[in-house]
Design a binder for this molecule. Structure first.
Ligand code: NDP
Length: 340
């Protein structure tokens, strides 16, 4: 049973060598029949999420989940197939999603997974568009942006798991949508695949404030922030009075917790009467049914684009995860442990 273990706590940028792919020979592929409520699962798809970086630190700012234990598998959202079950609610052959160890097979004594009901869409989607990324995009956009037709909308990390969906939600709402991303390939995707009105490569811009003025001569009504740091600082002078900022993530700061970047323009929040609203998707899990009512038909009717970047094999997991922090992923980063 191959596993990806955390070898040491991470300080700064995560490296592949902070993790180790090893083999645990102790797992039995049969469950003891006298123990009820246990699942044996074969893990199919694992989600690479920036927030897992926090759990690789011994402690982190605003800790909302325990740090990973040294020498134990990483844990993240995943999709698995039930191979054996002594749990009344799950049977062999069911597909489930929830928090999963980064390993080929898991014995799950107290399953914190839910059964996948809709299997006519790709199962890997439950790591992204039908999982945490989708819900975060949905909650952030529909509960926090209050975006109206004709408004000027900006989203950073726009080609990533969340950004690509947020941009499309904003287009559907009738906004003028601009996205930033870290390569020409991603900028092309934003304009030609995801239907953004404009996009730019922030890595090629010397003065982000001036760049944003160029794309938003009349200012930004709504900023969906996935990155924080310098981009947030440049957005503030470009916000319109009574603008909204949905604060979803600050990936530019996750590897610099000892030395966070200053946001010099923060006082503009007052003068421009800006609402900055931080949120986490897990406060809104009750909205899953409403979200699925919206997103499943869009997927089935081909009315929403969704791009995944799938690394084949558990041994590719560490590289795939680390790649999130240099923008190596093009679309939602998934690790396919097995296809079925
Ligand atoms: P992505 O799929 O967008 O992957 C991360 C991307 O971030 C990279 O591809 C890279 O794209 C960009 N990036 C990496 N480092 C930097 C940097 N220093 N400055 C600017 N951009 C950078 O990730 P997700 O869509 O899964 O997550 C987006 C954000 O949402 C993250 O901040 C994450 O923590 C947050 N999040 C929040 C949740 C909530 O409930 N509030 C839930 C889940 C995620 P590029 O090439 O464009 O630089």
């Amino acid at each position: 049973n191959k596993q990806v273990l955390l070898k040491n706590y991470v300080d700064g940028f995560p490296k592949e060598s902070d993790m180790e792919v090893s083999c645990d020979a102790t797992i039995s592929l049969e469950l003891p029949k006298n123990e009820s409520g246990v699942l044996l699962t074969k893990n199919l798809y694992l989600s690479c999420d920036p927030m897992m970086r926090n759990r690789m630190s011994e402690s982190y700012l605003g800790a909302y989940m325990d740090s990973f234990a040294l020498g134990s598998p990483l844990v993240g959202v995943g999709v698995s197939k039930v191979v054996d079950s002594t749990h009344p609610d799950f049977k062999k052959g069911d597909y489930v999603t929830g928090f999963v160890n980064w390993e080929e097979y898991s014995v799950v004594p107290n399953p914190q997974v839910t059964k996948i009901q809709h299997t006519d869409v790709p199962l890997s989607y439950y790591t992204g568009i039908l999982g945490m990324a989708g819900m975060t995009a949905y909650v952030g956009f529909y509960e926090f942006c209050s975006a109206k037709k004709g408004e000027y909308f900006f989203v950073s990390a726009a080609s990533g798991a969340i950004g690509q969906l947020v941009g499309q939600f904003a287009k559907r709402a009738g906004c003028y949508v601009v996205g930033s991303a870290g390569s020409k390939e991603k900028v092309d995707l934003l304009k030609n695949k995801f239907g953004f009105d404009e996009a730019f490569n922030y890595k090629e811009e010397q003065d982000l404030n001036a760049t944003l003025k160029r794309y938003f001569p009349d200012g930004i009504d709504v900023y969906f922030d996935n990155v924080g740091g310098k981009m947030l600082d440049a957005v503030l002078p470009n916000m319109r009075v009574h603008g909204r900022i949905a604060s979803c993530g600050m990936i530019s700061q996750y590897n610099r917790l000892q030395k966070p970047e200053a946001v010099y323009n923060l006082s503009l929040v007052i003068f421009k009467r800006i609402k900055i609203l931080g949120f986490t998707f897990y406060d809104f899990l009750h909205l899953y049914p409403k979200f699925y009512d919206l997103i499943l038909p869009l997927i089935r009717e081909g009315k929403i684009e969704y791009l995944e970047d799938i690394a084949e094999g558990l041994e590719k997991g560490p590289a795939a995860f680390v790649g999130l922090f240099s923008g190596r992923n093009v679309g939602k980063q998934v690790v396919a442990v097995a296809r079925d």
